[in-house]
Design a protein around this ligand. Structure first.
Ligand SMILES: Cc1cc2nc3c(=O)[nH]c(=O)nc-3n(C[C@H](O)[C@H](O)[C@H](O)COP(=O)(O)OP(=O)(O)OC[C@H]3O[C@@H](n4cnc5c(N)ncnc54)[C@H](O)[C@@H]3O)c2cc1C
Length: 490
């Protein structure tokens, strides 16, 4: 055993594991968050639409609707405490026929039954007033002002940072591969040889929740991966809606959306296709064509010429279509958090609370910490600053004056901050700062970031990866050909 026993071990540092960890960090518990990847939020939680859903898409009988609505209402407080990018821009479902209006009316009633406030069934004129660039053929729709948008990875980073500040231990590169029992403890062993002991365990392993459940000898279920491809458009593309635009939903998904991201770009997608390979996050030309045909139908100014990148994420779905969050019936003191497909991001803060209650129900003692601090210090983002404010910030710390990522206006100081907070892969730095997320997709800044990483950590460039594992960026042979650093840092 590498450390003294924990009260709770959470397997998986996606948005669910992170929200659970932060919730538990308010209590006198020793909590460890175990993540197989090199950083947190490297699973499903990094590749989604970033929407805080409004609560009308699912019937009140489902657990996911209940937690979606509770989660949605928690975001203002979380935003105040943690400062991640969040805007309550509202969502608009657009209908193009009387038949589709019937579906919009059904969603309206379902939302009202779920207790969603301020829903509005709109005619064509109201839809155009809300969204002037929408297709003129729209006959009406459903407006939900309570929907919102966030930057999903920054949300996870903030939850984990706050949990750590309040005593939670994070262990990355910890791939739980075997579980055994020793008296009242679970012994969780990683492939690397490391192990931890904990009295309670939470399985929040996303796409691998079925495999982790099997390691415990708990319930048998199968995660059915459902792939979603998304396309990101350049900042300044004409197609930037005021609200998240939905079509009326299809049977298995909410359809292809046009999304204004919280950082001012436009995203279109996602597709929804069941696949076998959980790791296949490729995108395809045929799906691109279909996605853009649907998106253009909602907003004709959406253009393929504005694409700067594409990505895919896998919804970790169960055959029931609902979340499965419960104390295991077979293994006492294990809580299962599985089948967390959309709206998992929206529901995550409520999932944190729900799991806390489940742990309590199986004997976990919860005593509040007198000095729990829910707040994080505010992060400085240069892009949001006035020239005067920028001048002051740079006078205080000249590293803010050295712009590393020109597309997203990210400075050396922000890269250094990310590294000092433990984000030491290229993707971790990208998700923390947005360096490499703009039009050039890292073409100009990757080398500069690697140089800062080498300087700050004392390691060689060849030791850094894009996202851990084998994803080395600079090979030994290439490194020999690179110019030596001379004079001032980058
Ligand atoms: C295309 C797409 C769009 C979506 N859009 C939205 C949206 O707009 N709004 C919304 O509310 N929801 C959305 N979702 C759903 C949302 O992204 C997920 O519900 C949520 O991210 C699931 O979080 P999670 O923590 O359960 O899983 P994950 O983020 O996958 O976290 C699980 C973690 O467990 C780790 N892990 C797995 N096995 C092990 C092991 N053996 N040992 C240690 N660690 C392990 C993984 O590496 C991973 O980091 C979308 C999903 C997709 C795919």
């Amino acid at each position: 055993m590498n450390q003294s026993p924990f009260d709770v071990a959470i397997i998986g540092a996606g948005v669910c594991g992170a929200a659970i960890a932060r919730t538990l960090s308010a209590y006198r518990l020793r909590v460890v968050l175990l993540e197989k990847e090199a950083d947190v939020a490297f699973g499903v939680s990094k590749a989604n639409s970033g929407i805080i859903h409004a609560g009308f898409h699912h019937p009140a009988t489902s657990l996911k609707a209940k937690l979606e609505i509770q989660g949605n209402l928690m975001f203002e407080k979380l935003y105040y405490e943690l400062g991640f990018p969040f805007k309550r821009v509202g969502v608009l479902v657009v209908a193009f026929s009387e038949e589709e209006m019937k579906t919009a009316a059904h969603l309206f009633s379902q939302g009202e039954e779920n207790g969603v406030a301020d829903l509005e069934l709109c005619g064509a004129e109201r839809v155009r007033a809300l969204e002037p660039k929408v297709n003129r053929d729209a006959v009406g729709g459903l407006y939900a002002p309570g929907g919102g948008i966030i930057e999903p990875y920054r949300f996870v980073f903030a939850l984990v940072e706050c949990a750590i500040a309040n005593g939670c231990v994070l262990s990355t590169g910890f791939d739980v591969s075997a579980v055994r029992r020793q008296r009242e403890y679970f012994i969780l062993a990683a492939r690397s040889g490391r192990s931890v002991a904990a009295r309670y365990a939470v399985n929040a392993a996303g796409l691998h929740a079925d495999a982790v459940s099997a390691m415990f000898g708990a319930e048998q279920f199968t995660i059915i991966p459902r792939k979603g491809e998304e396309y990101l458009l350049d900042r300044g593309a004409e197609a930037f809606p005021n609200h998240v635009l939905f079509p009326v939903p299809a049977k298995k998904s909410k359809g292809i959306l046009v999304i204004p991201t919280v950082e001012g770009t436009t995203m279109v997608g996602p597709t929804a296709v069941e696949v076998e390979d959980r790791e296949d996050v490729s995108t395809s030309a045929s799906n691109l064509k279909a996605v853009f045909a649907h998106a253009k139908h909602l907003m004709p100014s959406v253009s393929r010429r504005d694409i700067i990148t594409s990505f895919a994420g896998m919804r970790p779905a169960l055959a029931t279509g609902d979340f499965y969050i419960a104390v295991s019936k077979k293994v006492p003191r294990l809580v299962q958090v599985a089948g967390i497909q959309s709206p998992g991001l929206t529901a995550s803060p409520a999932i944190g609370e729900y799991v806390k209650e489940l742990l309590k129900s199986c004997g976990c003692s919860l005593t509040e910490k007198p000095h729990f601090n829910p707040m994080l210090p505010k992060i400085t983002t240069l892009r949001d600053c006035s020239p005067e404010a920028m001048e002051q910030i740079i006078a205080h710390n000249p590293q803010y004056g050295n712009i590393i990522c020109r597309c997203e206006t990210v400075s050396e100081a922000q890269i250094v901050e990310a590294i000092r907070k433990g984000h030491v892969t290229l993707d971790g730095i990208k998700f923390y700062t947005r360096a490499g997320m703009g039009r050039c997709q890292g073409g100009f800044c990757t080398y500069k970031i690697l140089k800062i990483l080498a300087r700050e950590t004392g390691k060689k460039m060849t030791e850094f990866t894009k996202r851990g594992g084998e994803s080395v960026i600079v090979k030994e042979t290439l490194s020999a050909a690179l110019p030596r650093t001379r004079g001032a840092p980058p």
